[in-house]
Write a protein that binds this ligand. Structure first.
Ligand code: CA
Length: 225
């Protein structure tokens, strides 16, 4: 993936262990991170630069997260996930009311936060950007896929299915969800069609390149990691 396509995330958190942990996890997932430990600093940084997403702690020095969000929303719609302490129900409600896109309660599971970040940055996929997983690359705009530079010839439905799985990398997606998202809710048929198309994809990717790109999670669905 080109550096230019990396998504920029602003971490606003005054506890250094948490912000450091988030930074390491996010950079591992190929995001670029900036960190602010103070509310006023965070607000000016968020206004000055265009981030793909902001992770915003509520309890902050100088200006709390709710106030940072309120002022940010007067100007910008950058996706925001607020971090609240356990049982701060008021903060969650207020945060959502004034335009937070999501919230996480501390302590949180990093996998869940990463899944929510993917969800809320999905729409900010820039034109021409590639989705990459190992050697597999999928480009939504060009509707093209390749493995290590070797093109994969896919039908429309096969491509749609692969694209959806790539857009939700590391998330196990159920057959029902795939049927809804790729075939549409008005599709009359059984979820077996999903298995059939997964087989088609495997015959064109896994079998050809001798890899195991699409993983079956017994009783749960499919995932590309
Ligand atoms: Ca804090």
């Amino acid at each position: 993936m080109n550096t230019i396509d990396k998504k920029n995330i602003l971490i606003v958190e005054d506890e250094p262990q948490i912000s450091r942990f988030l930074q390491l996890e996010l950079e591992h997932e190929n995001y670029t991170c900036s960190i602010c430990a103070d509310g006023r600093d965070a607000l000016s940084t968020a206004l000055e630069h265009d981030f793909d997403l902001i992770i915003l702690d509520v309890m902050l020095p100088s200006l709390n997260g709710i106030e940072v969000l309120r002022r940010l929303r007067q100007v910008k719609q950058t996706p925001v996930i607020i971090l609240t302490a356990r049982d701060q129900v008021v903060d969650k409600v207020t945060g959502l009311d004034i335009g937070a896109n999501d919230y996480m309660t501390k302590p949180f599971a990093i996998e869940e936060l990463l899944a929510r970040i993917r969800l809320h940055t999905k729409n900010s996929v820039r034109a021409g950007s590639d989705l990459v997983c190992g050697l597999l690359t999928v480009n939504a705009d060009a509707r093209a896929a390749n493995y290590g530079g070797r093109p994969i010839d896919l039908t429309k439905k096969e491509f749609d299915l692969l694209l959806y799985l790539m857009q939700h990398r590391n998330v196990v997606v159920s057959r029902e969800k795939l049927l809804d998202e790729v075939w549409g809710f008005d599709f009359y048929g059984s979820t077996n069609v999903v298995d059939v198309y997964i087989r088609y994809l495997r015959s064109k990717i896994d079998n050809v390149f001798k890899v195991d790109v699409i993983e079956t999670v017994r009783g749960a669905g499919y995932v590309i990691r």
